[in-house]
Design a protein around this ligand. Structure first.
Ligand SMILES: Nc1nc2c(ncn2[C@@H]2O[C@H](COP(=O)(O)OP(=O)(O)OP(=O)(O)O)[C@@H](O)[C@H]2O)c(=O)[nH]1
Ligand SMILES: [Mg+2]
Length: 463
């Protein structure tokens, strides 16, 4: 599956102990800094190991790969840090092939896994190419637990702005915690440490899908590690500053790929979560960090409007994928979202010529009447697991129909947290996660009711 060019690189490099893998797609503006930070981290913290940096690029037209090859070489790092490493750092940028016809971040990582396995690395560190807050220390923080602590999977801990990380806060964190019993706060953070053993396990996993080739990769890596019984820890990285996204504008496809993947993997791993009750803390590595992440603006009005608009076109899908009581509550709430959206528009005089776009805070204040309850959201997500088991072929369509409902849920959190500090907003994420745990019997009840005849573990083809 590797291209001849990649095979040639592997033959040239032969072996490595530690590898930093960087997936990219049109990141010419930011990847140079990430590469220099990775090089500096390898040279400073692991001067006795054989290090390699691999950029796995989508064939970006903006010259991302060229930036990687032309940025200051490792000797620059040796000069500024006054370190003489035992081994020369190798640096590669290559174009990854698609996996079964699908390209994306996950396909980029598949190539990174193949190279890491071929070079027999002990630790693989993966970092995003749009990071602005990465420091050399991150390489130690992500690889240290593997090389020194015997861990297999290192998930990041960041300080994120209270309105950032909405897919994490509403789905991947509470669901991973309630299903598998592990409080992994950033299961799709994008910056990870992976042991050589776990890399080989990934390459043998039978459940790679087109969504995993895209943004499903992060939750797939985390869940595959957890379900496989690998030793998992977290590491304190400070703030995550990167190209941020407004959930209403940018996150639709990412939501579908992440949530589609978490549902399919949940169905396949029912034996791993059926008997889990409650949850445990996951050990955290690294010194405490206090960092102020940059603020993020969210268009609350747009989220509410999309929720209401969704009810007009997707009501029948909502009724198919949700339990009758859940569907009725969602439809009533969508109507309310429409009413509140109208109030917000009138209150802020929007649509009149010459009026500026209002701030997140102003929109949230005007929409203060809107509330999407925690328990309803938890039952929705659980209903989707049941639906994914009963109709695996309908997962994509149903997760797409969930997007406006998710917008409603995000709007509610932004409104509720509009005046709160990051810590107080965090308490609401915890409250929601406890609600997922409390309602797990609801999931188990529906799962058992459906019985073994309607589905069972999926039978995905090996990748
Ligand atoms: N090779 C490759 N890399 C990709 C592709 N899409 C995204 N990436 C990389 O994956 C990393 C994460 O992508 P982002 O778009 O920043 O997504 P994110 O930071 O996880 O998402 P948010 O937290 O919601 O902002 C970056 O390094 C991207 O360059 C792709 O199609 N191919
Ligand atoms: Mg990013």
């Amino acid at each position: 599956m590797l291209t001849p060019a990649i095979r040639k690189e592997i033959a040239r490099l032969e072996r490595a102990d530690i590898m930093v893998g960087i997936p990219s797609f049109k990141n010419a503006a930011t990847i140079g800094y990430v590469v220099r930070a990775a090089q500096a981290g390898l040279v400073q913290y692991f001067p006795d190991l054989r290090p390699v940096v691999v950029n796995s690029d989508a064939g970006s037209p903006d010259g991302t790969g060229r930036v990687v090859v032309e940025t200051e070489p490792p000797d620059y790092v040796e000069r500024i840090l006054l370190v003489r490493p035992t081994n020369k750092l190798a640096r590669v940028s290559l174009t990854y092939p698609e996996v079964d016809g699908s390209g994306g971040k996950g396909a980029a990582l598949w190539t990174i896994f193949e190279i890491a396995a071929a070079l027999e690395v002990q630790a693989l560190v993966v970092v995003d190419s749009d990071l602005r807050s990465i420091l050399p220390e991150w390489i130690e923080l992500l690889a240290g637990p593997i090389l020194k602590g015997g861990y297999d999977y290192v998930a990041p801990l960041y300080s994120r702005h209270k309105h950032d990380g909405t897919i994490t806060n509403t789905v991947t964190y509470p669901l991973t915690r309630a299903l598998y019993g592990l409080r992994i706060r950033q299961p799709i953070g994008g910056d990870f440490g992976v042991s050589g053993d776990l890399v080989r396990h990934y390459l043998e996993a039978p459940d790679w899908t087109p969504d995993v080739s895209k943004f499903g990769i992060d939750i797939w890596m985390t869940t595959t590690a957890v379900a496989g019984g690998f030793a998992v820890c977290q590491t304190r990285l400070g703030a995550k500053v990167h190209d941020p996204k407004d959930p209403g504008a940018d996150l639709g496809p990412m939501f579908r790929q992440v949530v589609g993947t978490i549902l399919r993997v949940a169905v396949a791993n029912a034996d791993r979560w059926r008997d889990v009750r409650g949850s445990h803390d996951v050990p955290a590595y690294g010194f405490e960090r206090h960092a102020d992440p940059p603020p993020l603006e969210i268009n609350v009005l747009r989220l509410l409007s999309e929720f209401q608009a969704g009810s007009l076109t997707m009501a029948s899908t909502w009724r198919e994928m949700l339990a009758p009581a859940t569907a009725a509550e969602v439809l009533a709430l969508a109507e309310e979202a429409g009413t509140v959206a109208t109030t917000v528009r009138e209150h802020l005089g929007m649509g009149r010529p010459g009026t500026e776009a209002p701030s997140t805070a102003a929109m949230a204040e005007a929409a203060a009447a809107f509330m999407f309850p925690d328990d309803l959201w938890a039952r929705i997500v659980y209903d989707l697991i049941i639906s994914a088991r009963a109709a695996p072929e309908a997962v994509d369509a149903r997760v797409a129909a969930l997007v406006p409902v998710y917008f409603g849920r995000v709007a509610s959190l932004v409104i509720e947290n509009r005046e709160l500090s990051t810590d107080r907003a965090e308490a609401h994420v915890e409250r929601q996660a406890r609600e997922f745990e409390r309602l797990k019997p609801y999931l188990l009840g529906r799962w058992d009711e459906a019985g073994p005849a309607t589905g069972g573990p999926s039978t995905a083809e090996p990748a």
